[in-house]
Design a protein around this ligand. Sequence first.
Ligand code: HEM
Ligand code: HEM
Length: 133
Amino acid sequence: MEVPLKFAWASLIYLMIGSTMGVVMVLTSLPLIPSHAHVLLIGFVSMMIFGVGYHLLPVFAGTDLYSLRLAEIQFWLQNIGLIGLAFTMPYRFTSNNYQLGTTIFGLVSLLAIYIFVYNVARSIIPPKEIKKI
Ligand code: HEM
Ligand code: HEM
């Protein structure tokens, strides 16, 4: 499957999971607010933007995507980071110490975001014209 579609499918799945978490939060007292917020904002909103962005931004700039491989790596890091964050973020509300997990998965998420920015920036900034002698 193409990388933009992978992001779109993941986004739709996170929309269902995140919204379900919202209803669970209304019905119970589980401390899910940060996990809910990030599953929806990184998972649904950002992943849809990553997918659409990978497809459209190079088209707008009249270029090709710099690296499909980097996009694929970002996809997996973003998902691993987010799922890790979702499970460890309630650390502030629990007696268990999940903070180390949040830090590690937060850094994985951040790395994935940087890879997206780098890949798109390299795609839409045109290479310097080779000067003709
Ligand atoms: C079925 C749909 C949803 C339900 C039932 C729901 C429910 C909730 C509840 C109960 C809270 C906690 C509010 C509080 O006590 O402070 C919350 C927080 C939040 N929700 Fe949702 N939500 C839903 C969909 C969404 C969607 C689609 C998004 C974003 C795309 C979203 C983003 C957020 C954010 C960012 C917070 C944290 C707000 C803060 O920082 O106080 N939610 N949601
Ligand atoms: C590298 C990725 C990210 C990390 C590690 C991260 C981490 C955090 C942490 C630790 C909090 C405080 C949670 C708490 O109250 O205990 C937070 C809050 C919040 N973040 Fe992020 N975040 C990331 C990306 C994002 C992105 C991309 C968005 C939006 C598109 C976002 C939106 C929010 C919002 C709305 C809150 C307040 C919601 C709440 O009350 O839980 N974050 N984030």
